[in-house]
Design a protein around this ligand. Structure first.
Ligand SMILES: C[S@@+](CC[C@H](N)C(=O)[O-])C[C@H]1O[C@@H](n2cnc3c(N)ncnc32)[C@H](O)[C@@H]1O
Length: 418
């Protein structure tokens, strides 16, 4: 292998994934880990391809005023891969992530000058202690941790500063006795109750850690309680939420609050209108839509989450359908049915072209798209644009501070209103 070369490079942007981007002398784009746009750094080239290169910061020659001491000892090259931006002041992280959203909508979505608002920062301050859950994997000795960046090696982590008090208590209760299991999810709820979810590996389950923390084992058929009652209770958007062991809930409570508020504002529903909430989880967004008095149909594929949603939304004009969003929307298209507003909050891969096109047919006035991956949002935004829907507002929400992830609430309206 040829010896790796070092370059001096000035960075001018942040790429999806958290690397800073600059140009090498030959004009080739170079993605530099742990640098900040505006900085000049000496970087070691790790990989060079025809159209781009990847590099690692070796020395910061001209530091950004936004460079800060990372708050976590596990942060940095060849360490925990969960956080990518701890070396950047949180307010600047938020501004850079807004540009990542703009870039995705322009480059992938083909939109011109997309209306992207300033990033909303639900956590503020140092952006620590906000996560109510984390997904850990054990190393060979059974110590829980997170994967190192670009690797399968586990960085053992006893204390993650992103976790809130309940999730930290769950991490402590979990201990480090998990050799051979695939994953242990630690969760804490709004009432400070901790719980553990074990995703078993191929071998026998190790003995449970001492204590009374509820434990569920999550198989392909759902969760089975091994000890105690692993159902959590969350409070957000003025309501209380039952969250079973396998059910999704937003990993940040302040983030959940912000998303629910933004979605309610964007949907702008009247009492006599109808809404469809696809990928509804335990009903967080359906709950905020239903509070307007509108009739809401919520769709969820996970049986436990759908059951939670039915309980959580029982006092509203809401119906919960257990099923695949694609199938439900395809049926609506076939029946020629409409909803005044369609809200969707799909997993990272996005809704995909087929479902997005079907939603464009079913929705009457507004489509509110909650995305956890700007690239997936941009792909689906292109489909919506082709179907005659215009992006009227996108609000990035920094609900994963210190990581390179950003949530977006995007509102689309028919481009030629009657
Ligand atoms: C990102 S979560 C959104 C949950 C909810 N909107 C919230 O804010 O809490 C995505 C949800 O979609 C569900 N899901 C995944 N694939 C699905 C599909 N094909 N059809 C319906 N629901 C699906 C998951 O079980 C999960 O609850």
């Amino acid at each position: 292998m040829p010896p790796s070369r070092e370059v001096t490079i000035t960075l001018d942007g942040l790429a999806h994934g958290g690397d800073a981007v600059g140009r090498l002398d030959d004009g080739k784009a170079c993605f530099v880990a742990y640098a900040i746009p505006g900085e000049t750094v000496r970087a070691r080239i790790l990989e060079e391809r025809k159209r781009f290169a990847r590099a690692m910061t070796v020395e910061v020659l001209e530091a950004s005023p936004d460079r800060v001491a990372p708050p976590c000892p596990h942060f940095g090259p060849q360490r925990c891969g969960g956080c990518r931006l701890q070396h950047i002041a949180p307010a600047r992280q938020a501004a850079l992530l807004r540009q990542v959203v703009v870039d995705a909508l322009e480059r992938i979505g083909g939109l011109v000058d997309p209306p992207v608002a300033e990033t909303l920062r639900p956590h503020g301050g140092d952006g620590l202690g906000y996560r109510n859950q984390a997904r850990f994997a054990p190393d060979e000795q059974g110590r829980l941790g997170l994967r190192r960046g670009g690797s399968h090696v586990i960085e053992p982590i006893a204390h993650c500063p992103l976790l809130d008090a309940g999730a930290s208590a769950a991490r402590t209760a979990a201990g480090d006795t998990w050799p051979g299991v695939a994953e242990v999810v630690v969760r804490g709820d709004a009432d400070g109750r901790a719980s553990l979810e074990i995703h078993p590996g191929p071998g026998p389950l190790p003995p449970l850690p001492p204590g009374e923390t509820p434990v569920a084992v999550v198989g392909t058929d759902g969760a089975v309680a091994l000890r105690g009652e692993p159902t959590l209770r969350e409070h957000a958007a003025g309501r209380s939420w039952q969250v079973s062991a396998t059910s999704f809930f937003q990993p940040s409570r302040a983030g959940a609050e912000a998303l629910a508020t933004l979605v309610a504002e964007a949907a702008d529903l009247r009492e006599d209108e109808t809404a469809l909430d696809l990928f509804c989880g335990v009903g967080l967004l359906a709950g905020t839509l239903g509070a307007s008095g509108a009739a809401v149909t919520a769709v969820e594929a996970d049986p436990a989450a759908a059951e939670d949603a039915a309980v959580n939304l029982a006092d509203l004009d809401a119906e919960v359908l257990l099923g695949d969003a694609d199938d439900v929307v395809a049926d609506l298209v076939e029946a020629g049915a409409h909803a005044d507003v369609v809200v969707l909050d799909p997993p990272r891969r996005g809704a995909g072209a087929e479902l997005t096109a079907a939603i464009a047919t079913v929705a009457r006035w507004r489509i509110v798209y909650v995305a956890c991956d700007p690239a997936a949002l941009a792909r689906d935004a292109r489909v919506l644009a082709e179907a005659g829907w215009e992006l009227v507002r996108a609000v990035p929400v920094d609900q994963f501070t210190h990581t390179a992830h950003v949530e977006v609430v995007a509102t689309f309206e028919p481009s030629s209103r009657p």
